[in-house]
Design a protein around this ligand. Structure first.
Ligand code: ADP
Ligand code: MG
Ligand code: ZN
Length: 486
């Protein structure tokens, strides 16, 4: 950020809810089905078809609202938002009106010290989260000069989460988006697939002079379908707007799209006047009235939230913030880690394996944790051996873990059968160290007279003599003692 300027960012996030059926009809809510195979008179907008609200979608919205410590509005209404587009067969979208089911919540994120001037969490307010329905999908690239429309997505439940303009850098925006993503996935209300559009984000960005109150003119950036793109797009857009202002120009209110190939945002349409959607209350749906008992039921059904879990892990396992966040991003992965930590008795050891070899294996094979051919109890056995220094980390990683993945046996059995146990009895290591020191009188004398760099050579000789099975920490300890004693 150029000195003297400040970025102001507010995100609008659309979360596709993982309900069994659509928002206002009994059609199944699925992705990847043959085009138009999940439609009915309601979601096709045929005259006379009547919508009926999906109670599961309401429960999901309640759980998000409670997790965001928001106000739940016990009376809210659905409205018609009219516009014409081929993927919107009714000619209007049903969405919530001026009162949203969820209002005035917040999410705490780690602040960006570069713009906040200090480390520490910052609170990002959430203006509202309202229920609405998704539109279908236009497909322009299936056939030349012909467009197709798939209405399987028409009427799928969405929760639109409108954040206040409280974010001050691209990094804060991406941390906020990640926290929200963790939350909706952790609550089990969204599958979180950004590429397929189940979790979509538009970012509003403006620049103002540092120290001023009034907001600058904002630009809406669309098509941010990964955390990395969002960060790149916002950094680019902040630079573009600041450049305009510095050069004495003005920012135009418009919608811009992120072009990942060119690495820049490009103007799509200007937004001089608000589009007139002719909102009016949906006459075919009653008021959405939520009973306090329903709110309490949703509250008691809340699982431990990802950010609470991160906090707990940091306290009890002494994990770093980024480690804990990485472990918590996916609930199945988090549950697996928790099991390994419990069974091995080492949170730190379990975290290192989960974020190291396990993640690498899953990435290489394009698998989720569910498909890892090892149970938590198997991995815990390996972690325990390494933590107890019965097994060296290198041997564990290069030999035992791959053999376990290949189904060749459990950690302990492999270590026994292949003689991989680390020599960690002190007497054994001492006699080996003495042998090597006797065989290398020259280097030993040089180290003693201050040539520290030759110490590595001696360590190498000792480890080699131990055929990679020595406890390196113990070797260093014994060596240090011997070199002092002379
Ligand atoms: P609209 O109805 O046009 O989408 P809203 O008032 O609902 O406009 O605001 C949409 C989003 O824009 C919110 O997330 C809000 O935080 C953000 N926003 C509003 N004003 C600004 C601004 N000046 N700079 C950056 N973001 C802003
Ligand atoms: Mg909006
Ligand atoms: Zn339908």
């Amino acid at each position: 950020m150029k000195p003297g300027y400040e970025a102001v960012i507010g995100l609008e996030v659309h979360v596709q809810l993982r309900t069994r059926s659509k928002m206002f009809c009994a059609c199944r809510n699925v992705t990847g089905a043959p085009p138009n195979s999940h439609t009915c008179p309601v979601c096709l907008g045929l005259p006379g078809a009547l919508p009926a609200l999906n109670a599961e979608a309401v429960r999901m919205a309640l759980s998000l609202g409670l997790a965001l410590k928001a106000t739940i509005q016990c009376r809210s209404a659905f409205y018609r938002k009219q516009y014409f587009y081929p993927d919107l067969p009714k000619g209007f979208q049903i969405t919530q009106g001026p009162v949203a089911l969820v209002e005035d919540g917040h999410l705490d994120i780690p602040g960006d010290p570069l713009v906040r001037g200090a480390e520490g969490p910052v609170r990002i307010r959430i203006e509202r989260a309202h229920l609405e329905e998704d539109a279908g999908k236009s497909q322009h690239d299936l056939e030349a000069r012909v467009s197709h429309v798939d209405l399987n997505r028409a009427g799928v439940p969405l929760l639109e989460i409108v954040g206040a303009p409280d974010l001050r850098s691209a990094r804060e925006a991406s941390d906020y988006l990640k926290a929200l993503h963790r939350l909706v996935v952790g609550l089990g209300i969204c599958d979180g697939n950004m590429e397929e559009g189940s979790f979509r984000c538009d970012a509003n960005v403006s620049i103002r002079l540092l120290g001023t109150e009034a907001f600058g003119t904002r630009v809406e950036v669309k098509n941010l379908n990964s955390f990395r793109f969002m960060r790149q797009a916002l950094d680019h857009e902040i630079g573009r707007q600041t450049g305009l202002l510095e050069g004495g120009g003005v920012v135009q209110m418009e919608t811009r799209g992120w072009d990942a190939t060119l690495g820049e945002t490009r103007g799509q349409r200007t937004k001089e006047a608000a589009m007139d959607y002719r909102y009016f209350p949906e006459p075919d749906l009653p008021l959405l009235i939520v009973d306090p008992a329903e709110i309490e039921a949703a509250r008691s059904a809340l699982p431990e939230l990802p950010d609470q879990r991160i906090h707990r892990w940091r306290e009890s396992f002494q994990l770093g913030l980024e480690e804990a966040q990485a472990l918590a991003q996916n609930p199945a992965f988090a549950a697996y880690f928790e099991e390994v930590a419990r069974l091995s008795g080492s949170g730190r050891g379990a975290a290192a394996w989960m974020l190291g070899e396990v993640s690498r294996t899953l990435n290489d094979r394009g698998l989720g944790i569910e498909a890892l051919p090892l149970a938590p109890v198997d991995l815990a056995e390996l972690v325990r051996l390494v933590e107890a220094r019965t097994l060296g980390f290198g041997t564990a990683k290069d030999q035992v873990f791959p053999a376990m993945l290949a189904g060749e046996g459990g950690a302990e059995a492999l270590v026994r059968a292949r003689g991989l146990a680390q020599v960690s009895d002190r007497a054994g290591v001492e006699s080996l160290v003495d042998k090597i020191l006797e065989a290398n009188p020259g280097p030993v004398a040089q180290v003693r007279s201050g040539k520290e760099s030759l110490k590595g050579f001696l360590v190498g000789q000792i480890l080699k003599a131990g055929q990679g099975r020595l406890d390196a920490r113990l070797v260093n300890e014994v060596l240090a003692e011997r070199l002092v004693k002379g």
